[in-house]
Design a protein around this ligand. Structure first.
Ligand SMILES: [Zn+2]
Length: 444
């Protein structure tokens, strides 16, 4: 089937046109997420542009009006095997400029403009979305621990799901260290180490909210947490402050009313402004409404968040200094999942040269991840979610003394408990029972 020329025009952005000065396209950056590719063009002013797709072969065309560029290029290393074959650009007509993205597959593109902020000037963001998963080998290795674990007998109780959110990513580097270390990189490394520890833990499994170097809006992070049916969200960050001496870990929970300290309020504001840097498309504009709706049902989970947060903070004291001795509260958007206890861990001050150096080392990252894991384990051993393996283990058990002629099978039928559950909860190596043996019957 031959599809030619413009299939449809997606978006026409009408900018104010009084400025006759041509817009310059200075550079382009790109970030690959599992289901999308984001390209960010640095432009000198808002540019009127339109975008359309062509097929045979698949490509996306962006036409900018009143625009100039000087040889916009991607390095061969930037070309992506799943998405982008190449990028071409040239002057078009009297004062126009055309960028053509040659693609490996069909995509759904969208564009939006980001206004200047403290870090960048005007930007034109092009998002290419595709439904097919990329890099199948990666997906398999990401999923295999989950699949292995979920293959367990249903009667054994479900896994506790820990959602791990590495802050920032892609266009948003987060806080910058004294020597240029980027928060987005070190927090992803700590998050991966924590995921490995959680997946090793019996009765728990981790879900990573961000798996690579790309940005996810704060609201989308909340949605991912809810979709994963998480029992807990841990959002991992690294702090920065203008005073390079500030140091230590902090743990935060959501406060719907207001921040417990001025510093907490300031920090929440800087973390919440990530969307302005990382980029949120126009269809995210109901963010405020969504937050208000979410607020209604989360009071109960805040108490649990403070509890788990206190456990984690106590463990972090063993790794190094803590900034505050109690869990602080402020209005972090990423913590706003109703019914999901959520904590934000500021691992250290990346702005402190000594802590920055430590944060980059695998050894210190492991210490941090281990402390968080120990705190989480401590919390869930006291508060196992209903239906979880841990809850089943902790449930009061009935004792049954084996009489002559009884088998594991007959006890299984009598108490309506699977043989597997009986074996697991009594740590039986085989099914043979002896008269007088005491068997614990879990109340499932
Ligand atoms: Zn952060």
């Amino acid at each position: 089937m031959m599809r030619t020329l413009a299939t449809f025009v997606l978006l026409i952005f009408a900018a104010s046109l009084q400025a006759a000065e041509p817009v310059r396209v200075d550079s382009v950056r790109m970030w690959q997420a599992p289901d999308s590719l984001r390209m960010v063009f640095d432009i000198s002013a808002e540019a009127e542009h339109k975008l359309f797709i062509l097929s045979n072969p698949d490509r996306v065309v962006i036409d900018l009006k009143n625009t100039q560029a000087s040889g916009l290029k991607l390095e061969p290393s930037q070309l992506d095997q799943s998405w982008l074959k190449g990028m071409r650009s040239a002057a078009r007509g009297k004062d126009g400029y055309r960028v053509v993205l040659d693609l490996h597959r069909r995509v759904t593109p969208s564009t939006f403009i980001l206004k200047p902020n403290s870090r960048y000037g005007h930007r034109l963001v092009v998002d290419l979305k595709g439904s097919e998963t990329i890099a199948p080998t990666k997906t398999v290795s990401n999923r295999s621990p989950v699949e292995i674990k979920s293959a367990r007998d249903k009667n054994s109780g479900r896994d506790i799901v820990i959602a791990i959110d590495a802050g920032h990513g892609g266009e948003d580097p987060g806080a910058l260290g004294y020597r240029g270390t980027r928060e987005k990189d070190v927090v992803l490394q700590v998050a991966r180490k924590l995921k490995a520890l959680v997946d090793k833990e019996e009765g728990m499994r981790a879900v990573m909210i961000r798996t690579g170097d790309y940005y996810i809006s704060l609201r989308d992070r909340v949605t991912k947490v809810r979709d994963s049916k998480a029992d807990l969200l841990i959002s991992i960050h690294a702090d920065a402050f203008k005073n390079h001496k500030a140091r230590g870990s902090s743990v935060f929970a959501l406060s719907p009313e207001g921040a417990t300290s001025e510093a907490a309020r300031w920090l929440a504001e800087s973390e919440n402004s990530a969307d302005l840097i990382g980029g949120v498309s126009l269809d995210d504009k109901d963010e405020v409404l969504a937050s208000v709706l979410l607020d209604l049902s989360q009071t109960a989970s805040i108490e649990a968040s403070l509890d788990v947060g206190q456990n984690v903070l106590a463990e972090l004291k063993g790794v190094g200094k803590v900034h505050k001795h109690r869990v602080e509260q402020a209005g972090f958007v990423v913590l706003k999942s109703p019914d999901v206890p959520s904590i934000l861990v500021e691992t250290a001050f990346i702005s402190n040269p000594d802590e920055e150096r430590k944060l980059k080392t695998s050894k210190h990252q492991t210490k941090l991840a281990t402390a968080v894991m120990t705190g989480v384990r401590g919390y869930f051993s006291k508060n196992p979610p209903p239906g979880s393996l841990l809850a089943m283990r902790n449930a009061p058990k009935q004792a049954h003394v084996i009489r002559a002629g009884e088998t594991l099978n007959s006890i299984s039928r009598r108490y309506r408990v699977s043989m597997k559950t009986l074996r697991d909860s009594n740590e039986l190596k085989n099914d043979s029972l002896r008269t007088g043996q005491v068997i614990h019957i879990p109340s499932v």
